[in-house]
Design a protein around this ligand. Sequence first.
Ligand code: AMP
Length: 416
Amino acid sequence: MNSINDVNFKGKKILIRVDFNVPLNHNRQVMDDTRIRESIPTINKVLNDGGTVILMSHLGRPNGYEPDYSLTPIVPVLSKLLGRNVIFTRDLFGAKTFEVCGKMKTGEVAMLENLRFYKEEEAGDDKFAKELASLADAYINDAFATSHRNHTSVATIAKYFKGKSYFGLLLEDEIKNLDKVLFDAEPSFTAIVGGAKVSTKIGIIKNIISKVDNLIVGGGMSFTFMEALGGKIGDSIIERDKIELAKSIVQEVMLKGVNLYLPTDAVVADGFSNEALTKVVSSDNIPNGWMGLDIGPKSCRRFAEIISHSQTILWNGPLGVFEMQNFRQGTKSIAIAVASATISGSFSLIGGGDTVAALNQFNLTDQMSYVSTGGGAMLEYLEGKELPGIFAIRGPHKIEHSAKEKRSATKAPKKK
Ligand code: AMP
């Protein structure tokens, strides 16, 4: 799949789109270098082949040139991780950039300034793409988290590198792992979907219904389902305009023979606060004046049991307001259940900013088979959408059936 492992970059100058959109503190120091560290294998592959590297990235959402969004703070961190000097051009298209990039020698690494200082980057501009492309012989996209955007450096640019555009190692890994759950999941396949709103997860739910055996719905979004099924949800979060949609999902789930699991009990509070009074009640009978902020202990045990029998687990969205100590237990017990299933040999794929933040909080990130780096990009990929940054390199994704669909297609027809 357009892998850099199948290519030798000796003597070539390679433009790599990385994702150095890292958090900085008020002194403009890098607070978390994960994204920089993750780009190192791809950079080193090119360098070890005997190539030259030109890096490009965005940082934040500047409005034109704003010094606070300069990539300057990344340079020393990257340089240390690579163990070599990094030339910073301090510009994208100044004469200096062309001069510096033109004179680069084998084994050198240069980094361009923030792509988003130019409005053309987000506009997917053709001329901008052509100018960037003129800097190098080949192109690698290793910025999965930005690949759902139709931006110049992740999408438009690839056409100027026909037959010479590749996926970086990080991006390739993301595609392999996401494809594994979408098309090659071993049964039983359980998806756990949580978080605040149905509206942000509806795309995923619709796309995976035909692929999963079990669908666990938790978090704030479960109350829209509960209301749709005639339950009493008190003051819990709800999207009234999504009740009909929830009903149609319940019907589809039944039609497809998927087991749908909603929480049976809830930790409710008399206010949205860690200091609020709490109690555990049945999730379809929450009194007025109380809101469900976590799944209850019975639901935790039931969900953990299902997870323990699952060979493939996909999890996106916390099961409660894990940011508050008193409503963290549901998300934590699911994280522990997924971790132990993974230790026993199941494949687990986790994604979404809040879910990953929760795993980090519980120190369980390393216990999962794969944790996706792309929030929005991962959601769109799991929704079955074609991501512009991936499409630009490999072309249209061939329609594939999930492992479950393939299994049911090969089953012998029933005797009449
Ligand atoms: P999302 O971005 O849709 O994955 O939602 C994540 C957010 O959902 C987190 O900030 C959680 O605090 C929140 N959340 C989870 N469960 C609930 C709940 N029962 N009520 C309100 N918010 C919730």
